[in-house]
Design a binder for this molecule. Structure first.
Ligand code: ADP
Ligand code: MG
Length: 362
């Protein structure tokens, strides 16, 4: 799959702009604030039906405009010969999303059609911050590979929300409706167990890949390991919910379930984030993202789009060279890569010169 054209109207800093892409590797350069990240985000938007950065679509509208429109043309199919159009229109708080001029009824049906992996500067939070960032990583990967997973996740989150608002609103009332809580518990079991099983299976695939990529990028001899941590490991979900009910009522929220899952990283036997250096953190982030890329490639039968935002700022020259070798040479998919320095970008990509297009934002 490759993007050949994107038109942005009223999207972030783009009032009205069209870009044509005619190569597999697209370098985008320009000074800070010129719109490099926003352009990658627009591409990401058309793959995921949402921005990588802001949940609130109103923030994506060009200041003062009524709404935004993103339209792209792609080559798709096994031999990249099928022309496809994808578009999103957002105005008056309403969003419409189209594939070849047909509107989606459910946006979730689009996820996985154009697989995509983004690596952005703030993603390092995935290594250092709370467990939600790592669940998001897992969910983004698995949802693109397994449409059923995404439906189950949406379903689980809906029931979880209902259960939490029940606990908030009713747990202190005299006529506490335990039966309703029983019913909500029962509804959570099936999606919860499904998500748990699929996450467990994917973690098994991810772990050896992350270890291999970490070694390749960092050259370190330390051993990275990962552990999928879930309440449901060796426990019956319904039993867990029952045991936690008193606590749930007191705290007014659901304390057990796959919404508490985490992925724990170790460096040798230590918790990674407690002892790792900056360089090691970056290497691990890239290793995780490349593992995602690799899994999607093999499950989809062709490589996902790769969006690399400001990666030159994040890795030293040797690590960068290793990374580019992998993502540009051993991969046949389309790659977008941004940098503030035109020359640095051109030099880094020069070894792939006959497949490179450089776009300069001025
Ligand atoms: N909703 C918006 N309307 C207009 N401009 C915006 C909006 N959101 C962000 N911007 C502008 O986009 C610019 C940042 O673009 P960005 O893609 O992050 O630049 P770069 O990655 O090249 O440094 C900033 O100047 C910011 O003010
Ligand atoms: Mg940027």
């Amino acid at each position: 799959m490759s993007f050949t054209k994107i038109a942005l109207t009223g999207y972030k800093n783009y009032q009205s702009e069209i870009f044509y892409f005619n190569q597999r590797i697209v370098g985008i350069c320009g000074l800070n604030g010129k719109g490099k990240t926003n352009l990658l985000d627009a591409i990401n938007y058309l793959c995921f039906t949402k921005s990588y950065f802001s949940k609130n679509d109103a923030l994506n509208i060009f200041f003062g405009a009524e709404g935004f429109r993103l339209e792209a043309e792609l080559l798709n199919g096994k031999t990249n010969n099928k022309q496809t159009k994808v578009a999103c229109i957002y105005r008056s708080l309403k969003k419409e999303f189209y594939l070849d001029d047909v509107a989606y009824e459910k946006f979730s049906h689009h996820i996985g059609k154009f697989p995509c992996v983004m690596i952005a500067p703030d993603d390092i939070e995935m290594i250092t911050n709370g467990s939600d960032t790592r669940r998001k990583f897992l969910d983004t990967l698995i949802s693109q590979a397994d449409a059923e997973y995404l439906q189950q996740l949406i379903n689980y989150n809906k029931i979880l929300q209902q259960r939490n608002s029940f606990l908030k609103n009713e747990s202190f009332q005299k006529k506490f409706d335990a039966q309703l809580l029983d019913a909500l518990d029962a509804q959570m079991i099936q999606p919860g167990e499904y998500i748990f099983e699929v996450r467990k299976q994917f973690c098994k695939k991810i772990i050896p890949l992350v270890q291999q990529f970490y070694k390749n990028i960092s050259g370190d001899h330390e051993m990275i390991s990962l552990e999928y941590n879930s309440n449901l490991n060796d426990n019956d979900f319904l039993k867990l919910l029952k045991e936690a009910r008193q606590k749930d009522i007191i705290t007014q929220r659901t304390n057990v379930g796959i919404h508490k899952d985490d992925l724990i990283f170790y460096l040798d036997k230590n918790i990674f984030k407690n002892i790792a250096s900056q360089g090691q953190r970056k290497s691990l982030l890239f290793a995780c993202k490349l593992a995602e890329f690799e899994i999607l490639s093999s499950m989809k039968g062709s490589p996902p789009l790769l969006l690399l935002d400001d990666v030159f700022e994040k890795l030293d020259e040797l690590r960068m060279k290793n990374l580019l070798q992998y993502v540009c040479k051993k991969n046949a998919g389309q790659v977008f890569i941004t940098d503030t320095h035109k020359e640095r970008l051109e030099n880094a990509l020069s070894q792939f010169y006959d497949e490179v297009q450089i776009i300069e934002l001025v």
